[in-house]
Design a protein around this ligand. Structure first.
Ligand code: BMX
Length: 284
């Protein structure tokens, strides 16, 4: 018999898929697998539900947080370099069928994580902007105790003149860091670059610092646009050793009133599943 407080939460990003049974801010069970680089979301979700088949009967509500945008229950990418899926995939209907339940709620992954940090993490109930630096750059905005939806928080999609076709995240995120490292360390992942920087490799420190400076510029502009009490930083890059400190150093020259107050995501990589579980619970 399903416990009403147990929610199935999925967090599908450009690099990994996390499935969890969540109660409040506690992850009771978890299963992680790499996000396939080919195929389609139907195949990915079928594989994921096959892996968690043993959880059937333990939940009757599901929350799905995804990299991309959700409109009327359908999932579309904004940047195919971050996650290449077809437009308007019927996410909610597919999960309802695979899970055998009818209470399914979907939202953008960074917006869900923003809610998780607001309700249970570094936000401490204060309005905030959440910024994930990961495969892409995502964000979420909680203002007046309300999570903004739709495109709100999609900072990684910002564009600049002279960068035709490329978005901000194409010059900052994990994908960019790995691509910049290729001439020095072929096949390197972003994690390899951080390890090389920690090991004293100058080329790696230069790449990490270039990313951190762009993130700092973005945080300063977010502060001017929304003046949040705090900017909570998450994501595999955002929480990588030394990255947040590099961002803070890049902000050092700003006047105090314009300087963003940066906090690491307290829920770390579970922010998305905790946030989407609470959002799904509140829908029903
Ligand atoms: C992209 C966009 C956002 C997402 C962000 C972080 C796509 C597929 N995704 O800006 O919706 O929140 O990346 O995505 O267009 P992640 O995969 O790094 O979590």
């Amino acid at each position: 018999m399903a416990r009403p407080d147990t929610i199935l939460a999925l967090d599908i990003g450009g690099t990994k898929m996390l499935a969890a049974l969540v109660r409040g801010d506690t992850v009771v069970e978890a299963h992680t697998m790499a996000t396939p680089r080919n195929g389609d979301p139907e195949a990915w979700l079928t594989a994921l539900f096959s892996a968690i088949a043993g959880w059937k009967g333990r939940y009757d509500t599901a929350g799905i947080a995804v990299s991309g945008i959700i409109d009327e229950g359908c999932w579309s990418p904004l940047n195919r370099r971050t996650l290449d899926i077809p437009d308007r995939f019927p996410l909610v209907a597919t999960v309802a069928r695979l899970a055998g339940i009818d209470r399914v709620f979907a939202a953008n992954d960074a917006q869900a994580a923003a809610w998780g940090e607001y309700a249970f993490g570094a936000g401490q109930g204060h309005d905030l902007v959440f910024l994930t630096v990961s495969t892409g750059i995502g964000g979420g905005i909680v203002v007046g105790g309300r999570l903004l939806g739709g495109l709100a928080g999609h900072f990684g999609q910002f564009r600049s003149l002279g960068e035709e076709g490329r978005t901000l995240e194409d010059r900052v995120s994990g994908n960019w860091i790995a691509a910049e490292a290729a001439p020095y360390l072929p096949g390197a992942t972003a994690r390899d670059v951080f390890e090389a920087a920690a090991g004293g490799e100058g080329w790696a420190a230069t790449i990490v610092n270039a990313s951190a400076r762009e993130t700092a510029l973005l945080c300063g502009n977010i502060q001017l646009a929304l003046d949040p009490a705090r900017i909570v930083i998450g994501g595999g890059i955002g929480l990588a050793p030394g990255y947040l400190e590099s961002v803070r150093q890049a902000l050092a020259g700003l006047p105090p009133r314009l300087t963003p107050q940066l906090h690491p995501a307290a829920l770390a990589e579970k922010a998305g599943v905790v946030g989407i579980a609470d959002l799904a619970r509140r829908q029903n």
